[in-house]
Design a protein around this ligand. Sequence first.
Ligand code: PLP
Length: 417
Amino acid sequence: MKFNPAQNIQNLQYFGEFGGVNPSIEDSSTYTFLKAAKMEEVFEKEVEGCYLYSRHWNPTNRYLSQALAKMENTESAVVTSSGMAAITSTLLQLSSHGDEIVSSRVIYGGTYAFLKNIAPRFGIRTHFVDFTKIEEVERAITPFTRVLYCESVSNPLLEVVDLRKVAELSKRHGLKFVVDNTFTPMILSPANLGADVVIHSLTKFINGTSDTVAGVICGTNDFIHSLSDVTKGMIMLLGPVMDSHRAASILKNLHSLHLRMVQHSRNALFVAERLSAEGYDVRYPGLPSAPGHSVLKKLMNPGFGFGGMLLLNMGTRLRAYSVMEKMQQANIGYLAVSLGFYKTLFSAPGSSTSSEIPDDERESMGLTDGLVRISIGLDANIADTVEKMLTCIREVEEPTEAPSRPEPSLIANALLH
Ligand SMILES: *Cc1c(COP(=O)(O)O)cnc(C)c1O
């Protein structure tokens, strides 16, 4: 049977303590032992079914972790309190003083800032290169390299990395290949393509309700165990633990992820096709003209589309700001960072989520000030939405026409001032 991440989650059976159809929430920080010697054993090694302390492991977090491991087709997984916690714990676990990381230059601004400003304080150096050019990646590898790091579809430029090629390179040099798959859950399965560790910010599509910040690390049993080792594990010792109530609520949202991805993708393709047919400068990996289209087509799981993210280039920062404000006033969505919500969300990455990257580097990678990153929502009538969007864009393009705008709602007003 063909690999299907959604069906793998569907096939899991979890019951609550009294036969409930949802697993019970383990609302405890600590756990009792009948025998003192057993406690000693759990401190030394992981014992199946035994829990010690909820920073180490919690049964509810285990359920969510297992479901995400099923989705990514890895042996194991561990959930964390944020996507950044998942990224930083993984990179610190895999490298120590004197080691080097080769990272994609187009990555989430927080990850970039960590590698640039914090990792060097631990003696870890990073080379930033263009991961769509495999020769550049290979050239940056030295005898000190331990990790190759990239995003499957990059934030915010939507470049698509040929994960299979990078995985081959990584294996040839005996490195660990870590992939942030936040933009393409269900659509891409990096572990199937050779990645060693797959990370998500659950905050985005996977949870999908913009009500929490969370993350996950998916990998081998050995690697996930190493993270919760009581003397050397970054999860155990840095302590970015998820609360069990939150794990239970994310698990419930996870069960509709595949349906949401299909709708996000369907709507985003519709918007991208319509805007580009009107001659506007849009980038969406589902458009045959997009740079990463053929690579993504080759690597993706069928049936989930090309994702919910697209870029609209308005040319200048002021025009980008103006179109976002108009789109919010027209109730197309919200001027907000983040992604994967039922409402469309938009922000200008150059001056927000990627502002950690210095101006000259942003310019050299094509991350210009006029870009608007749009996370397309779950709209039931996307045709109407896109017409409203076109009106907003035209008002910015042709500012001489006096625009007739609807009165901003109270909430929009509050957001704008
Ligand atoms: C948001 C995001 C992160 C950070 O995740 P948090 O949950 O906000 O800590 C990391 N990588 C990507 C690609 C993201 O979009």
